[in-house]
Design a protein around this ligand. Structure first.
Ligand code: CIR
Length: 249
């Protein structure tokens, strides 16, 4: 069976200073425990997980997904709209290169991996406060067709409201995007009130998702998947969710 790898980065104490769009305090110790539980959930879903050490100079460094877009054995290192987060990229590029991936670097535009969704051999890329048209165009060397999508106002990243459920299905928060965008894919919905739960990490039938979204968990289960629930209050307090905590290939 093919090994699917996941790279994560541990929580530094400085995570309590993570970028966020509200005043909610963050408990870094609790975030550390939740991050460890997240890694365990990925392992139980079947991922081979490796953790890089946290870096006290990078408060948002746990959100490794934003640094890169991986397609097969090739990775495009993205360019951040936030100068502080740009510094997260070089160590991730080195880690991915050391693991045998071919590393390319974006030279124009801005893009966060949280805006790029890979499913069914296609990329869907969100235009957001973090990703622009030039950043999306710079994904071309990854060799897949790309559909650009306007991310709804107030939503940080495309994958805040949708994420892949394997190779032929999407989990989507109702009332956020037109499901017709994903023509040809099965679209499973979570209620708007539980939209954080639309961001999941799936492998086969296993779906790692945030705890506290009972309707969403029930719908995922009824759709034939096996939810693995993780408490992620402190990750959400940093405006993050499931996919943003790992790079997977
Ligand atoms: C930020 O604002 O950049 C971080 N605090 C959260 C990034 C979350 N990333 C993601 O959902 N892909």
């Amino acid at each position: 069976m093919r090994v699917v790898r996941a790279l994560v980065r541990s929580v530094p104490a400085a995570y309590r200073h993570a970028t966020r769009r509200h005043d909610q305090p963050i408990d870094s110790d609790r975030a550390t425990a939740q991050h460890v539980a997240y890694q365990a959930a990925l392992r139980s879903a079947g991922f081979a997980v490796e953790a890089l050490a946290g870096d006290e100079s990078l408060p948002d460094g746990i959100f490794v997904e934003d640094t890169a877009v991986i397609v097969g054995e090739r990775v495009m290192m993205t360019r951040s709209a936030l100068p502080g987060r740009a510094l997260e990229r070089p160590p991730i590029a080195a880690a991915l290169s050391a693991r045998g991936l071919e590393v390319l670097h974006m030279t124009a535009g801005v893009c966060d991996g949280g805006d790029v969704l890979l499913v069914g051999g296609r990329l869907f890329a969100g235009i957001s406060e973090r990703t622009d048209a030039a950043g999306i165009a710079a994904l071309a060397p990854l060799g897949l067709p790309i559909t650009a999508i306007d991310v709804p106002a107030g939503v940080l990243h495309l994958k805040c409201v949708c994420s892949p459920l394997g190779d032929d299905a999407i989990l989507l928060a109702e009332g956020t995007l037109d499901p017709a965008i994903f023509r040809g894919l099965q679209v499973h919905a979570v209620p708007f009130a539980e939209q954080w739960a639309a961001n999941v990490v799936a492998l086969g039938s296993r779906v790692v998702m945030g705890a506290g979204y009972p309707v969403a968990a029930d719908r995922v289960s009824r759709a034939g998947y096996d939810p693995i629930l993780v408490e992620v209050s402190e990750i959400e307090a940093g405006d993050g969710s499931m996919t943003c905590l790992s790079l997977r290939w």
